[in-house]
Design a protein around this ligand. Structure first.
Ligand code: BG6
Length: 483
């Protein structure tokens, strides 16, 4: 057998993208609750009202202009308000995951359900019990859940109180939130992830926002302190960091392209992996700060926290690769990782959203991570967003999704055979949900179709796609049968 016995198979979703119930159960709003639905052509936008009453919209990684506040407008459809209503359907959905044979399941805990008014406002017991029920349901079917603490859903109340992560006070808020989660669920969950795709903040206009490196310093310190807290609560808890797996290539053999590619890897990926796994900033970090023109206040305590709170494992998402060049005459931009300025790779096909499909790059990237970090790896996200067609008889045939996953799992299997140390694989979106970048439901990732569309129409009923039965077979054979 290529995959070791006990290798974890499953799927991954997130609170904000599937739960809905945005104001139920004591939850307070998060920023993406104010986001609309974009399209293949454009990212979603967050809506707000300026101090003078005029309307405004911005990208989700940007900050509100002074005096503005998030606002709901009647003429906008807000997909996250209902999500796929996992909040009320989790038993049905987890039963379907169990039918596919999942041995793990990744979702995130909505911070705003646990502390709707920040730590000072106290714990919302209803939120705590909701997740306890979800995790118990997973355990009932023999799933070993891997749970994310922070996935693109910062409570608006904390942004209002502290002005966001530029403020060190957010570290304490987060660590208390993490402490509560570890203590409440330690008997149900023993594998945790701190910040989802922590490196993504540098992707979208990152160079224009040097202050984001301060935010990211605070988040990495918060993550490290959370690792320490988890180990104090129970030394058996395992806490990983989670990075967007950005596999990058130089377009040409021009040494300038090769150097550009390596610098990109350092700045957009390794800067985070190195700090969180090794426990200290890498030697090139001062160069990153100098180029950004930013000063980071790194205290002695921060250094101790980073060193003593090293991640137990490294988790990542992998969807695509990106290709870079210094050659200005190459004008054909790729849509992959939208803001990063990649160019089309002539050897790769792209998805409808312009994301280059690169299964061979997956194996290369796995070796890179394994060799560099020498800690266990965990795949949290891998999948294909596509339009699905419902046939007249209600069935959904999605061979493109099966092809994508088959080739990625094949490369994963080869990587395991070649010595890569990885303990699990969860596909992104085992059930259709709200896209993070575009807010669409019609950008579908699921093995399970949800009757909802980008305009919010549909009764939400669930349908097994062809890929459902395929993944069931993959899991049953522990990754041996991919046909
Ligand atoms: C990852 C995120 O970047 O990609 C998920 O962690 C996201 O939240 C996934 O949904 C797929 O991206 P998108 O934009 O297609 O939803």
């Amino acid at each position: 057998m290529s995959f070791p016995k006990g290798f974890l198979w499953g799927g991954s979703v997130s609170a904000a993208q599937c739960e809905g119930a945005w104001l139920e159960g004591g939850k307070s709003p998060v920023q993406v609750d104010y986001g609309d639905a974009g399209s293949t052509a454009g990212m979603r936008l967050i809506h707000y009202q300026n101090a003078d009453g005029s309307r405004g919209k911005m990208h989700q990684f940007d900050s509100l202009p002074p005096g503005a506040r998030y606002e709901i407008f009647d003429d906008i459809h807000y997909p996250n308000h209902e999500g796929i209503d996992f909040y009320h359907h989790y038993k049905e959905d987890i039963a379907l995951f169990a039918e596919m044979g999942f041995t793990t399941f990744n979702t995130s805990i909505s911070w705003a359900r646990i502390y709707p008014k920040g730590v000072e406002g106290g714990v919302n017991r209803e939120g705590v019990e909701f997740y306890r029920d979800v995790f118990k349901e997973c355990r009932r079917y023999g799933m070993d859940p891997v749970i994310t603490l922070y996935k693109y859903d910062e409570p608006v109340c904390l942004e209002e109180k502290y002005g966001g992560w530029q403020n060190r006070a957010m570290i304490d808020e987060f660590v208390e939130f993490a402490r509560t989660c570890f203590s409440e669920y330690k008997d149900l969950v023993n594998k945790w992830l701190t910040f989802n795709e922590i490196n993504v903040l540098t992707f979208f206009g990152g160079g224009d926002h040097p202050e984001r490196l301060i935010t990211l310093h605070h988040q990495m310190v918060a993550a490290a302190r959370s690792v320490r807290v988890a180990h104090e609560i129970d030394p058996a808890l395992r806490v990983g960091c989670m990075l967007c797996g950005l596999c990058s290539y130089p377009l040409t053999s021009d040494p300038a392209d090769v150097a550009m590619n390596y610098k990109f890897f350092q700045d957009k990926f390794a800067y985070f992996g190195d700090t969180m796994v090794r426990g200290y900033y890498p030697s090139y970090a001062p160069r990153v700060w100098k180029e950004a023109g930013v000063h980071i206040d790194i205290t002695e305590q921060d250094k101790t926290d980073l060193w003593e709170g090293k991640s137990d494992f490294l988790a990542y998402s992998y969807y695509m690769s990106i290709t870079l060049t210094t050659h200005k005459d190459v004008l054909e931009k790729s849509g992959g990782n939208v803001g990063l300025g990649g160019v089309k790779n002539p050897y790769l096909k792209e998805s409808d959203w312009g994301w280059p499909v690169d299964p061979a790059g997956y194996k290369y990237f796995l070796h890179l991570l394994n060799d560099r970090y020498q800690v266990p790896l965990f795949d949290v996200e891998n999948g294909l967003g596509a339009y699905d067609k419902v046939e007249a008889d209600g069935s959904i045939h999605d061979p493109y999704r099966i092809d994508y996953l088959r080739e990625h799992i094949r490369n994963l299997r080869e990587a395991v055979e070649e010595g890569v140390n990885i303990f699990g694989y969860t596909t992104w979106g085992p059930i259709d949900l709200v896209s993070a970048s575009t807010g669409q439901v019609d950008k579908r990732y699921g093995f399970i179709y949800v009757d909802k569309n980008d305009r919010g129409e549909g009764d939400g009923h669930r349908v097994r796609k062809d890929s459902f039965y395929w993944y069931q077979k993959v899991i049953r054979s522990n990754g041996e049968d991919l046909e």
